[in-house]
Design a protein around this ligand. Structure first.
Ligand code: SAH
Ligand code: SF4
Ligand code: F3S
Length: 478
């Protein structure tokens, strides 16, 4: 007999709280009750949003394969389809409503198909209500309980109605989950979860919970294990990696972690994302001293106007940002800096926007993700009246992109005639006699070769041509 489905809805009010609860580290173990529920069944996971979601999808794939599921060859024809979602901006959500609409038809054709929606979108009260009311989805869960997946699937098979479990207040750390990594040579490594910054435009502190760091030994052991398995590159992940360790109450910071990870023998270390206020000297020195820490920093600035930065609650000024960049360029002269910028924050004047353009000129970013401000329910900025028209915001975005695109090109031009080290990812999309990978400065580099044995290796390429989005070069033979 089927039981009533589990029903736990998200609460934005709960998600805002930062209570001083002890953060627990849970060690994942498969429960025998669920051991074979995926036997003979297939799964597929659609991932949207940031690297945090990509890393979570690898964990969910690991958990699913551990309970017997195999990956479906056709992602739309699986017994279990999971959508790992993002709600950072309105258009991120729009995409997902579109996919949910498409899946309605698929579910009608394939009666035993389960559809699950997870990640950041279900953490929003209004999104979860809409999913329940308007879409044929069997399982809804959030960012804090992906390790409950076997139980949620079991409940979906054995209950009437939708299984909804969105936890808003919890924020523990789950170690030892199985993982199926997408790449054999590059790996995501979470070093912390959540965010306590509460930038006034941003939904992440509500969808991902409070800031909590993994124990350093768990991180170091994971990287050592990856080295043994032949991985060449790790990207350390967190919403604000520079705050690493603060919540642990120990005298050990992100800079210390970089020095320790450099000793593991991993060839390349990258990290994202950094917060300009918390980026400290020790981290910059580690970038100078550690051979494995790559000469690229993504440092989101959001705006070049001090008044806007203040209303955004970013806690630094134009001058402080530029001064940190200058220090970094002094310590790591070859470094490439990229950033995130928001235009059209409520009431942003043309003059304030001009300050952003001025900053872009001054810092010489070699890449930028640029966004039009998108109001997010429950955030302080969403309540601010806004006098700037959408037309004006689009115009500003276009003017900004013109500048940032020129920055991409300049960033590539400076390597023409030079030799760069490229970690080979695979065959280029724009020509089957070309292969590609990323240089140390995170420049996409194409070179002539059909030798697939190079995939996962670091090769030397002499750059001959610079384009806006990539560089072209020739393989240097020893
Ligand atoms: N933790 C990171 C990344 C957050 S999300 C950081 O602090 O930078 C990635 C980017 O999305 C942000 O840097 C910001 O530029 C953009 N973003 C976040 N909320 C937004 C919103 N409401 N509207 C438009 N862009 C937003
Ligand atoms: Fe959002 Fe700010 Fe946290 Fe980044 S630091 S995730 S922009 S609240
Ligand atoms: Fe999106 Fe959530 Fe990442 S809102 S950007 S998937 S933290």
């Amino acid at each position: 007999m089927k039981n009533d489905a589990k029903f736990q809805m998200p609460s934005l009010k709960e998600a805002k709280l930062r209570r001083n609860l002890n953060i627990e580290t849970i060690r994942y173990k498969t429960n025998n009750k669920y051991q074979n529920i995926g036997y003979g069944k297939t799964y597929s996971i659609f991932t949207y949003g940031c690297q945090g979601n990509e890393a979570d999808s690898e964990i969910m794939a690991g958990i699913l394969e551990d309970i017997g599921y195999t990956k479906s060859a056709d992602p739309y024809d699986a017994n279990l389809i999971l959508l790992n979602t993002c709600c950072i901006r309105e258009n991120a959500e729009q995409r997902i409503w579109g996919v949910l609409g498409q899946l309605k038809g698929k579910k009608r054709e394939k009666k035993d198909m389960l559809v699950g929606i997870c990640g950041c979108m279900p953490q929003e009260e209004s999104a979860t209500k809409k999913i329940i009311e308007s879409y044929d989805v069997d399982i809804i869960f959030g960012t804090h309980n992906r390790h409950h997946l076997p139980e949620l699937i079991y409940n979906a098979y054995n209950s009437n109605g939708k299984v909804v479990e969105v936890i808003s207040s919890e924020g523990n750390i789950v170690e030892d989950t199985p993982k199926v990594r997408e790449s054999k040579h590059k790996a995501w490594v979470n070093i912390m979860f959540g965010c306590d910054e509460f930038c006034t435009y941003c939904i992440v502190p509500y969808t991902r919970g409070r800031e909590r760091s993994r124990n350093k030994d768990d991180i170091i052991n994971e990287v050592k294990e990856l080295v043994k398995e032949g991985y060449k590159e790790v990207t350390l992940l967190g919403q604000n990696v520079n705050a690493y360790g603060k919540d642990l109450g120990i005298d050990y910071t992100f800079g210390d972690l970089l020095y320790d990870l450099d000793k593991t023998g991993i060839e390349r270390i990258r990290y994202t994302t950094s917060h300009p206020r918390d980026l400290d000297l020790k981290t910059m020195e580690a970038m100078r001293d550690c051979k494995s820490v790559m000469p690229h920093l993504h440092l989101p600035v959001q705006s070049g106007d001090n008044q806007i930065l203040k209303i955004m609650n970013r806690k630094y000024t134009y001058e402080e940002y530029v001064s940190k960049i200058n220090k970094l360029k002094e310590l790591v002269p070859n470094i490439s800096i990229t950033t995130d910028i928001i235009v059209g924050f409520p009431n942003e004047t043309e003059e304030q926007f001009q300050n952003t353009l001025k900053l872009v000129d001054e810092v010489k970013f070699e890449g930028a993700f640029t966004f039009i401000y998108s109001p997010r329910e429950g955030t302080p900025a969403a309540k601010m009246p806004d006098s700037i028209s959408m037309e004006e915001k689009h115009d500003r975005l276009n003017r900004l992109i013109e500048k940032t695109n020129a920055g991409y090109l300049e960033g590539h031009k400076r390597f023409v005639g030079k030799k760069v080290k490229v970690l080979v990812d695979g065959v280029s999309k724009n020509g089957s006699d070309m292969m590609c990978g990323y240089s140390e400065n995170l420049k996409l580099t194409h070179f002539k070769s059909t030798d697939q044995s190079l995939i996962g290796k670091i090769v030397e390429v002499e750059v001959t041509e610079a384009k806006t989005w990539f560089m072209i070069g020739n393989l240097v033979n020893d």
